[in-house]
Ligand binder design. Sequence first.
Ligand code: PMP
Length: 354
Amino acid sequence: MKKHNFSAGPCILPQEVLKKASESVVDFNGLGLSLVEISHRSKEFVEVMETARALALELLGLEGKGYKALFLQGGASMEFLMIAYNLLETKAGYLNTGTWSDKSIKEAKLFGEVIEVGSSKDENFKYIPKGYAIPSGLDYLHLTSNNTIFGTQMKKFPTADAPLVCDMSSDIFSRQMDFTQFDLIYAGAQKNMGPAGTTLVVVKEDILGKVSRQIPSMLDYKVHIGKDSMFNTPAVFPVYVSMLTMQWLKDMGGIAAMEEINEKKSRLLYSEIDLSPVFQGYANKEDRSHMNATFNITDEKLKEEFDSMLKEAGINGLNGHRSVGGYRASMYNALSLESVGVLVDVMSEMERKG
Ligand code: PMP
């Protein structure tokens, strides 16, 4: 039986994507060869890469607006340092909203001054800081749109007289917004896009080439742009699966349609969390994430029973991150409303028993 997969990442991908991807490993598009045994310079793979790059810009509404899409390696964590390497000349601003922003700050400090414009560390990242001042003269301002571990999500984005850089690893393609407000967007594939192994970077070309330091080729966005994201052998399988997922998303009606389903899913789960005395939400209500819902069970004695009920219902990946504890339900694009319904039914059943 297929499980209801609430894993935080790597995580659920659309079944039809997985089926097509698995076929491609044996025989790619009837070539008599596997996708993973053909040259990345073959016309077949170059087409995959070009389609994936074009789809990313199309879905975000960024084609023809001076942006380039790249599929790089090293995970979102590599971008923590590439961003600073390529953009940080003197000082950069960072909004500290969780473990991942904290890690990006650590890397940036190796390259220049980092100004933490705001932080919610004081309350273990339960909320998104607001009303903070942004100094002028920053090389860029770095934000994390969705905090995977703590279950908070930025609903409004600040404006600054500096390029805006945003880590969208855990909510890319999940909600509509004006993406032109950002100058660099990055996301590890392994949430809403594909298997781990590639990272989408969408960068406005005119923000590059402004730092005085020399940048090693593999870490230089301009080098990757100059080689159409093929400076070295790309992660062929993750890029292909990402392409299939983006095609699936487009066929579903794009980000607008996805957002509608995602809102239904999170509304269903949060209303159960709020109504039930057995469960308590972790993140501040106004900052709650539509992707990762964090909550605790109020009576620890019920935990064992609840865990076995989850198992019985075929629910996977609901354990909270070790730094928060409790539970975390990740409801990425490919998770169905039905799966959230199954979880909510188990929670109501627990409430009746508790
Ligand atoms: N940023 C966010 C928001 C994340 O959720 C994660 C991983 N879960 C990362 C960065 C790090 O990604 P990676 O493991 O691909 O380096």
